[in-house]
Design a protein around this ligand. Structure first.
Ligand code: GLV
Ligand code: MN
Ligand code: MN
Length: 431
């Protein structure tokens, strides 16, 4: 059935203003932002955004782990019906860009405003959700969505991976929340009809092809590990080279070996050591201990298993080295019917699209884990740059994204069947 909603119109100017305003929170001199989860900049941005949600008529609440939920109830009758939720995250990586997460929040808000202004009656509740700590500054990422769907690792909020960021529990306490109540953030999957997330692609494909919409088929599985290498601290001037047990030299061997082993598995897996702490860390002290993170990703679980095996072998050859897996997130398939709906919308609006996988993690990956249909659409980012201050978008693409998102929400609300959960996506339908 072809549904047409001519009165539904995203407002590009308003959307741009929101994105520009949100980009000021935590903005640095290089044009990027410092807005890690629940930092002062994040808390200020969250308050500002809550105001924008209230201005748009949403009823706003915060759950036990600081996820922000804005809700629009249907005009009559179906208040208890499962909601269609959309959203993303407000936090950013260290020295990140202004659009990762933020574009999803602002486009979601614009979509909900456009839906209200269209006068269309929506027969189920709609929600806009801002998830806490998607990037994993505190621990392992997609924290808010995993808390909402009861998928936290035991005592996760009291754990640290030594990044210098406080435990989540401390950050929640600072906000006046009781961390012992964090389990109360869990909701039943039956409360959700579908979850939709719009995001920048964070890679170069759409931008290089001049295509404004990516229809996400699946999101990679992600393994996150911490590695510790012990050596012996000592005087950098008096200890002969042959008598040293330098933890950083051993760590360097580990890093190059991991790179070599992951490359040997082909192009469907990536591995990154992106964070390192050298203890005690001074010119004149031989490093006594090194802490690192390792992030492994692939759509293929078997490749992740092979990589883990090879890396454990490398570790066994380095005295004093150990690794702990802090989280293994399953890869997710997006709902086939939602993909087709997004494509139907694009066809009707004369927008070109392309199906693609996501090598980045997103809160949308959490929902299918609990049987909730999820869909994701990407918009391009310039030269594919992301997780860096150069991250940028075209306002026009954001407006197209908000429009496609609004159209898709309305179609799902009006009864489009979402029975495609978990089925393999069809390939090659995009333009
Ligand atoms: C989030 O941006 C991730 O992919 O780690
Ligand atoms: Mn990110
Ligand atoms: Mn993101």
């Amino acid at each position: 059935m072809i549904m047409d909603f001519p009165s539904l119109k995203a407002n590009k100017r308003r959307l741009r203003k929101d994105l520009e305003s949100l980009g000021k929170f935590g903005e640095g001199p290089d044009g990027g932002i410092l807005r890690t989860a629940l930092s002062d900049a994040d808390l200020q941005a969250r308050e500002w955004f809550k105001g924008r949600m209230r201005d748009a008529g949403l009823w706003v609440r915060e759950d036990a782990v600081a996820n922000i939920i804005g809700r629009l109830e249907p005009a009559s009758g179906a208040q208890g019906a499962p909601c269609i939720a959309t959203g993303s995250h407000m936090d950013a990586v260290l020295h990140g860009g202004k659009f990762d997460g933020a574009v999803g929040l602002c486009c979601s808000l614009e979509a909900l405003r456009a839906i209200q202004e269209s006068g269309l009656s929506i027969p189920c509740p709609l929600e806009l959700i801002i998830f806490t700590d998607e990037e994993g500054a505190h621990y392992a990422g997609t924290f808010g969505s995993r808390a909402m769907l009861n998928l936290l690792v035991e005592d996760e909020i009291y754990k640290s991976r030594g990044s210098g960021c406080p435990f989540l529990a401390q950050s929640l306490e600072r906000m006046g929340k009781d961390p012992r109540q964090s389990g109360k953030a869990a909701r039943s999957p039956s409360e959700f009809r579908a979850f939709l997330e719009l995001h920048i692609e964070q890679g170069p494909v759409l931008d290089s092809l001049g295509i404004p919409v990516g229809v996400v088929e699946g999101i990679v599985a992600i393994d996150r590990h911490t590695i510790e290498v012990e050596g012996k601290a000592g005087h950098a001037g008096t200890t002969p080279m042959r008598l040293r047990d330098d933890a950083l030299v051993k760590a360097a061997g580990f890093i190059t070996a991991v790179n070599r082993e992951v490359r040997s598995l082909g192009s469907d897996i990536v591995g990154t050591i992106g964070e390192m702490k050298v203890h005690p860390g001074a010119f004149n002290i031989i490093p006594g201990r090194v802490e690192m993170t390792l992030d492994l990703r692939s759509m293929k679980k078997s490749l992740l298993r092979s990589a883990r095996g090879k890396i454990h072998e490398v570790l066994r050859s380095i005295p004093g080295a150990r690794m702990e897996t802090i989280l293994s997130k399953d890869g997710s398939r997006m709902d086939r019917k939602i993909m087709e709906l997004i494509e139907e919308v694009c066809r009707q609006r004369g927008v070109s699209w392309k199906r693609m996988g996501s090598g980045a993690g997103h809160d949308a990956m959490t929902f299918p884990t609990r049987g909730i249909p999820a869909g994701m659409l990407f918009i391009p980012c310039k030269d594919g740059k992301s997780h860096c201050p150069e991250e940028s978008i075209r306002w026009e693409d954001a407006a197209i994204g908000a429009q496609v998102l609004a159209d898709t929400i309305v179609r799902i609300a009006h009864g489009s069947d979402l029975s495609g959960m978990g089925k393999r996506a069809k390939r090659g339908k995009g333009k």
